[in-house]
Design a protein around this ligand. Structure first.
Ligand SMILES: [Zn+2]
Length: 563
């Protein structure tokens, strides 16, 4: 029986309503308990204590991430650290290697990361990398929106069969839910085309709006822990905020099977753009935040920009081609048969560039205008808007108006005319930071019911102790504290001490098994799917599902059909 007692810390545990109270945390056998008898004692000495961080959207594992590493040896040369007794060799900044990913997150006090875009056919690769990523618990959401099976059922309006297919493919990939990336558009990109929300696909006779609505309805046929996870059409283009608002409306009125929103539009910074071209590009963060403040069917994460060099990578193939045209830097692109695609391009967000500077303001502006922080999660869409190790910078900016003003004064002056960040004087407190970095993402993902994002009895013994007092207001000190914890505890084991990784246990993979009940419908779906494998796939159906050996530490969540 292994026991830990964390004393004298100021605890921020928003799910349990604890706002910086001096409180003991007891852990036995990896779980939070009421009391302990003969524990190892950790004296937090007046520091800030939070549940382990939960990242809702970060591209850390799988085919395109590994392609990014191979594609950018110059990035790999950054952040190199030799191996230690505990740690394997580290490398990479925006595309760190698997080991580095685990260590850096743990140092920031994070213990769970969601990989938000798993091509179903390449699911094994994602799981193989999860095995290599130390410390973190993880999960991955399969891409189901540019899938030929999905198109067929959207076209025929058969939501039941679509739900049956979701049940099959989420289980087959050991995935966590339903991801959409540029619905219909990624498929159209196979023919060098793209679509908006209401354009009818020449090949499939469906629109993106129909795909989004159908997948939301089919997802809600089950008690899925998470809503659909949506990267809409028209990412990263001037004036796209109108389509963003129209897209939010698409799932209005869909009934949630659980107490959570029905749609999670992701990295919304990239979708909050006004203007008619790059010349009059402006922030529409206000319109986006106002909509979300009024409409509870939507939660979002930020995709906030970190100034500097990064690697963009997305299943949104046409977007990556556009970035390649803009930057003239290298570009790679891929099609995943019948299912999805992807592209990669390096990118530099420069404070000298008016567009990048305005982009930088947007994620912050959305955050500062959001009223219900339980529907907001802090992300950089790692590595698209910047690497995840930029989170401490974002935290310090949200907590300090002074720091924001300093950066605004340094970057392109267009930010004063075409963004409304400068007048906003809201400053987040530590409780609000704890909401958007662990409590809210855990709830939006439904993980709070499975031990994540809080410190109530029965929760996982995942704890971060930050080396600041609750009164700290110095942005630099806040940033440093969130970069390297005093102590990170994962599953009751101390993994980081004084900013050094001292243990690297293996993490668990969470996945959902949606249980479709109607046998006749399921059989009908299977025979449709067999035909797809027979006629089009280059693999057989029998070889497709991910075997149990790919998830050595599974955590299975059964999702019954909604009553
Ligand atoms: Zn993403």
């Amino acid at each position: 029986m292994q026991e830990l007692l964390i004393k004298n810390g100021f605890v921020y545990d928003p799910i349990n309503g604890i706002k910086g109270e001096k409180k003991d945390i007891c852990i036995r056998d990896g779980k939070i308990v009421e009391e302990v008898k003969s524990p190892e004692v950790i004296d937090a000495e007046g520091r800030v204590v939070m549940p382990g961080g939960v990242d809702i959207h970060s591209h850390i594992a799988g085919g395109k991430i590994n392609s990014g590493r191979l594609f950018r040896p110059e990035d790999g040369r950054k952040g190199r650290e030799p191996k230690t007794k505990v740690c394997r060799s580290q490398s990479g900044y925006s595309v760190p290697n698997t080991f580095t990913t685990g260590y850096r997150y743990a140092k920031m006090g994070y213990t769970f990361v969601m990989e938000p875009a798993m091509p179903p056919l390449l699911a094994r690769h994602t799981h193989e990398e999860f095995i290599d990523i130390p410390i973190l618990d993880n999960a991955a959401i399969p891409l189901i929106d540019n899938n030929w099976m999905t198109f067929d059922y959207v076209k025929s309006g058969d939501i039941e069969k679509l739900a049956a297919y979701i049940s099959w493919i989420v289980k087959a990939t050991k995935g966590y839910g339903v991801k959409l990336v540029n619905p219909v558009g990624t498929d159209a990109w196979g023919w060098a085309k793209n679509v908006g929300l209401n354009d009818v696909s020449e090949d499939w006779g469906v629109t993106s709006a129909q795909v989004i609505r159908a997948l939301a309805e089919a997802n809600e046929k089950f008690e899925m822990p998470h809503s659909i996870h949506l990267h809409q059409n028209n990412i990263g283009r001037p004036g796209n905020y109108e389509m963003t608002l129209d897209t939010y409306d698409v799932t209005k009125g869909v009934k949630a099977s659980k107490d959570r929103p029905v749609t999670h539009p992701t990295h919304q910074q990239f979708f909050s753009y006004g203007g008619t071209s790059w010349k009059d590009f402006e922030s529409k963060a206000k319109d986006i935040a106002e909509y979300v403040n009024k409409n509870e069917h939507v939660s979002l994460d930020l995709g906030s920009i970190i100034l500097g060099d990064t690697t963009t990578m997305t299943a949104d193939g046409p977007m990556e081609y556009t970035l390649y045209q803009i930057t003239g830097r290298k570009w790679t692109n891929m099609d995943v048969e019948l299912e999805t695609g992807a592209g990669i391009t390096p990118f530099l967000y420069s404070g000298k560039n008016p567009v990048h500077s305005i982009q930088w303001t947007i994620g912050l502006e959305i955050s500062l205008r959001m009223k219900d922080l339980w529907r907001l999660a802090l992300t950089t869409d790692h590595p698209n808007a910047g690497p995840f190790i930029g989170y401490p910078i974002l935290i310090s900016l949200l907590m300090s108006k002074k720091r924001r003003d300093e950066v605004l004064a340094e970057i392109h002056p267009a930010v004063y005319d075409r963004s409304e960040l400068a007048p906003l004087d809201r400053e987040y407190d530590l409780y609000e930071i704890a909401i958007i970095t662990r409590a809210a993402p855990a709830k939006i993902l439904g993980l709070h019911e499975h031990g994540k994002g809080h410190l109530g009895v029965g929760a996982d013994g995942d704890v971060a102790i930050y080396d600041i007092s609750p009164e700290e207001r110095d942005a630099g000190k806040i940033q440093r504290a969130f970069m390297n914890t005093k102590c990170t505890i994962k599953g009751g084991q101390v993994v980081v001490k004084d900013g050094e990784v001292i243990a690297a246990p293996e993490g668990r993979t969470f996945f959902v098994e949606p249980e479709f009940e109607d046998e006749e419908t399921y059989k009908g779906m299977l025979s449709d799917l067999e035909a797809k494998f027979r006629d089009y796939y280059s693999v057989t159906m029998r070889n497709y599902p991910v075997q149990d050996v790919y998830t050595p530490h599974p955590y299975v969540i059964k999702a019954r059909m909604a009553r």
